[in-house]
Design a protein around this ligand. Sequence first.
Ligand code: NOJ
Length: 756
Amino acid sequence: MDRTRLASAALLATLIVVAWLHTTAQASGRSQKQQEDAEFIERLINQMTVEEKAGQLSQLGMDMTPSGPVIGIEGRKTIAEVGSVIGVYGAEVTRKLQREAVQKSRLHIPLLFSYDVIHGFRTVFPVPLAEASAWDPDLSQRTARAAAVEATASGLHWTFAPMVDIARDARWGRIVEGGGEDPFLGAALAAARVRGFRGKEVPDTSTILSTAKHFVAYGAAEGGRDYNSADMSERTLEEIYLTPFRAAVQAGVDAIMPGLNEVNSTPMHAHRNLLKKKLRDEWGFQGLVISDYWGVHGLMEHGVASSTHQAVRLAFNATVDIDMVGGHYADELPALVRNGLLPLPLLDDAVRRVLQAKQRLGLFDDPYRYSDPSREALIPAPQMRALAREAAQKSIVLLKNNDALLPLPKNLRKLVVVGALANDALSTMGPVPAEGRPNESITVLAGIKQAALPETEVVYIPGASPKSSDISGIDEAQRAARDADVVVAVLGETQDMSGEARSRASLDLPGAQNALLTHLINTKKPVVVILMNGRPLAIPSIDEQVPAILESWFLGSEMGNAVADVLFGDISPSGKLPITFPRSVGQVPIYYAHKKTGRPSSKTDYFTSKYLDEDWQPLYPFGHGLSYTTFTYGTPKLSKQRLKVEETLIVQIEVSNSGQRAGEETVQLYLRQNVASITPQVRQLRGFSKVRLSPGETRTVEFMLAPENWASLNEYLSPSVESGTFTLFVGGSSVTDNQANFEVTTRSAPLTSHGL
Ligand code: NOJ
């Protein structure tokens, strides 16, 4: 098609669309404003050349350098030729770049500025895996909101978060960025973060566009090696890995980012079946699909495209709207349209989605509305620090506390703190700290010093580091420990040992930390271990030898204060593990919602599912987490013992604080169908609720189980309900035995896998 024919075809198409918009608007009762907005976009599309359209579908990579923002090495376009930018922020900088884009582009279309704002922007909140330990969607919504407020004040319009990948293999470095192993908890947190990023239903200048990533099964990388292939049944994909994405879409997520992995032999950037058929057609997702960094290009490395031309065709056909930094859409799309290989309406659909996103944020009315230095000057605001401290406190998990060693009294004579991590400000912020600054982050050491009373001597000896096998500092640490009342060892991983491209084959403490710990234990002084890490670690020998262990992950700007709050008992820990801790790397993948197998694990039966050289059970189960008080559960009371498919079940449970201190418990409800045509999981999380109790107080916690809980996917992967008995478990972790049974009856005969 030549240019003139292309242009008149486009004009005709626009006229038809605008006429159609008028008719449907009248029919659907669309507001005048919506109508005008839609017409504005159609007019704009009509004026655009295919090059300009391809530009809108291209994202330019930029870097912040001391001399100002520069275009990254992959960039082959100018700021005025693209639709969005990744990597720059700051009210002045974005204002300047926006001016350039608006003034120099023929149609004055504003840019979208995007960045990885994962768990805070300037104020850093706990890494997502840590925050998932709070089991508190409301908290996650509030921290996402706070991140949006700070990031948008810096001119950003779009974040590549939430990362909602389910992960069950602790070797995988990106486990730190997600919500853990469970789809039910993961879905609740995904939806909460999407709501938090958006803020008000009607966007204002603190609304940041959200992106659920990495679609899908990126966390199921074989061997836990980042970017590796995922090969799995459609059922597992449906039931486990797609679930948080579905929740994000239902919560109104703005964008989806495909993973850099392949699923069942198709790279996700070319996965028409999952992107087009599942995401867009089945789920009705109307937002943007943006490639991951260089992801379109990666189709050639995957071996499904031999040229950029082919890679672009594959990605675009899979409905990937935007090419992040690759530049291939800009290079290839115009020719593909001209040669009739890509229908113009499809190109327009993608462009429309980009323009609509800009319109939603009000950028056509005022391209500079996000780049406001007066707003930027207000960050970081003091209330953000308070929220960061609250989130950090709630994310700490007490793994073990023999003889109530914790909390520590504040009037100790001498407290010896060891471990390089105790004084590592950078590591408090985790691997993706956005604009977080180490000098604004409170280390564990600083927090302890601040909280201890003046009569307590706090001595710090690094002793050993995760980064080095140097043991020369250990003797000094041991000498100091000999004279201590209590030793606090801060051990784990530095922030660059998890995150993208940071998988590990071992789950041990790296460097000389084990040697350090052995020397401390040999002093026979009470040792408290505070773990800082971005993944579950396999630490059975620490568990055997150390009386008290706090899992504190990477807790962000207020890490040290929150750790001290818990260590000295100003706050009772309430976190629960969102992920199983294995005993050894040989157990992974390990997760609580496994299948029973035909030979369920048994210590007494030889031919059962287990290891010769390792327990089959985890070190710490999913949902585990102690408190400084104790909670006692009554037996679950059910509104009915027998119910019809469409009925709702109400479960009530009495929870008492049977200890001496106030505390918060996360009450967890798990469900198991005892016999089904498809092998059931041993249990699945179906509810959780947080309850705060004073000593001696009892409260009734209520759960309502809706009919979708009885449904499972039948052998054809359609939701169906089978008559049968269910067992529900309610308690403080996934291994609770506190149970009750009920039966669900259907009118039709029960379905079996043989169809009998
Ligand atoms: C690659 C990562 O996989 C993705 O999560 C991130 O959003 C992009 N890089 C942009 O930084």
